[in-house]
Design a protein around this ligand. Sequence first.
Ligand code: ADP
Ligand code: MG
Length: 249
Amino acid sequence: MGILDVKNVNKNFGGLKALSNVNLSVRENTVHAIIGPNGAGKSTLLNCLVGKLIPDTGSVMFDGKSVLGRSPYEINQMGISRVFQTPEIFGDLTVMENMMIPIFARRDGAFRMHAYESVANESGIIERAEQVLEDMNMADKRHMHAAAMSRGDKRRLEIGMCLSQEPRLLLLDEPTAGMARADTNNTIDLLKQIKEERDITIAIIEHDMHVVFSLADRITVLAQGTPLVEDDPQNIKGNPKVREAYLGE
Ligand code: ADP
Ligand code: MG
């Protein structure tokens, strides 16, 4: 049994079968990559894990408990944090303020801007946010407006915002999408560091094979809503079924 177990999940949008009989088992403290052509159902699957979508049938168990029927907030409380495919930071706030939002959200279910300073001071929230920024080599940017950061740094900040919640499972939807090569390599290094230093499981949807093969312990290939193969990276590379799925991309 994995920390995350998906069994026979189906999800239709009208007549479109976005997910059919999806099974996935993510083992604790591994990096599990989910790859597949555009439209394969990767983001839909992720949305089913965090309560943004509800599967039509099937089960999703996290740490032995069902996530189905729970709200995104409750699932977040269980220890799952996710980075979206498009950046979701607050440009008008500073890096430090952005870092504190998810900590408050996990703690209280909301972020109350007017109350944050006194509460943050009392409850160690500032220290926790500072520690993550330091771990991510972003401490010097703490007072910067998030909107003024480079694209790569914004994505880095989002990962930091998730880590500040101290999740057991971190879900990443194409964290390097649209990044220049240097930023992609920095993100690979960051995720390697997170994997080594933290007691954390990572499920990552990723298009860039360089990222996938640099990080993944295990890979699931989705094609047209169905898992095609699940295997170790060295066996995925030469798999003719996988190559075929990507033809015509
Ligand atoms: P991927 O992330 O692998 O590129 P998605 O999960 O985003 O794929 O999409 C899978 C399929 O489901 C696509 O054909 C997409 O157009 C469709 N789809 C995704 N979300 C919706 C939605 N909310 N309503 C209708 N169709 C959707
Ligand atoms: Mg997607």
